[in-house]
Design a protein around this ligand. Sequence first.
Ligand code: FAD
Length: 317
Amino acid sequence: MKVTEHIRNAKGKTLFSFEILPPVKGESVQNIFAAIDPLMEFKPPFIDVTYHREEYMYKKRENGLLERVTTRKRPGTVGICAAIMNKYHVDAVPHIICGGFNKEETENALIDLDFLGVDNVLVLRGDAIKSEGRFVPDPEGHSYASELLEQVMELNQGKYIHEEVTRNKTNFCVGVAGYPEKHFEAPSLRSDMKYLKQKIDGGAEYIVTQMFFDNKKYFEFVDKCRENGVNVPIVPGLKPITTLNHMSILPSVFHVDLPDDLVDELDKCKDNAAVKEVGIEWAIQQSKELMEAGVPVLHYYTMSKSHVVKRIAEALF
Ligand code: FAD
């Protein structure tokens, strides 16, 4: 079922959902089930599975020179989606990205997803390869999420890349990313909003936000969206802080601010056990306020820490 249908059917009740990462190559799918099992009692109607692009590694050759090899550290997004749907009978939402794909490969991936019965995709540009400073699209691929979205919409109309005639129409419901604190590359919030609206006008049916730790940022973002004619459901994405180094990692990797009150509480913590308690309590309070405001879904970035998300969900659902 489409994410938008789940939201409609809930008739104003806030739903619970979460995102998981495929395991590092070589690990078993059982790790994924172990992360999902504790959260199933909260009845997520859908589970997101991230997509991870290739990275460069340098291997030492026998002659001492370094050889650059390309590898994908977390493959398996499509397989995990199929496994989730098969085992738990809930919708799996694969993330699909521009980076590292040409249009033909994207089309083939979408055909696989359609045949598997996947009804939703979260369409993203993807980040730069870690060792490259900026995002570089595949020469035959897409530069922005809006272009990838256009390809999905064409497939929804039965238009395949090299076919003159209309073929099987897919019926994907597309979600896109939104940034309450602005995407870090955007010169201004207004510019970022312009391109977010372009994605919605292009056919995206819901937005999932980047993590944020101050609900005010989310509420202001929703107001801005509505002022600009972006009227689709906006699903808040939440990440519980669990370690002290999150205080520096989250702002530098995800370009988000931590509110002073949260930083003050974290500063008092003697160890990561104490940090985890502060992080869980903060996420519970954030979630409660968002729920009272009637958000459609509370969507948690588990980052393989489902026991933490379970504690939060127990307090809310
Ligand atoms: P876009 O919408 O393409 O925007 C990228 C930047 O370009 C923005 O600054 C925007 O303002 C600007 N822009 C957009 N269109 C244009 C245009 N036509 N001309 C000029 N500028 C333009 N990454 C992964 O690799 N895998 C994942 O699974 C993944 N999941 C995510 C899930 C969520 C909920 C979120 C919020 C992010 C996720 N990301 C993931 C990270 C995401 O790929 C990065 O944040 C990426 O840098 C931007 O992706 P986007 O889809 O928002 O890009």
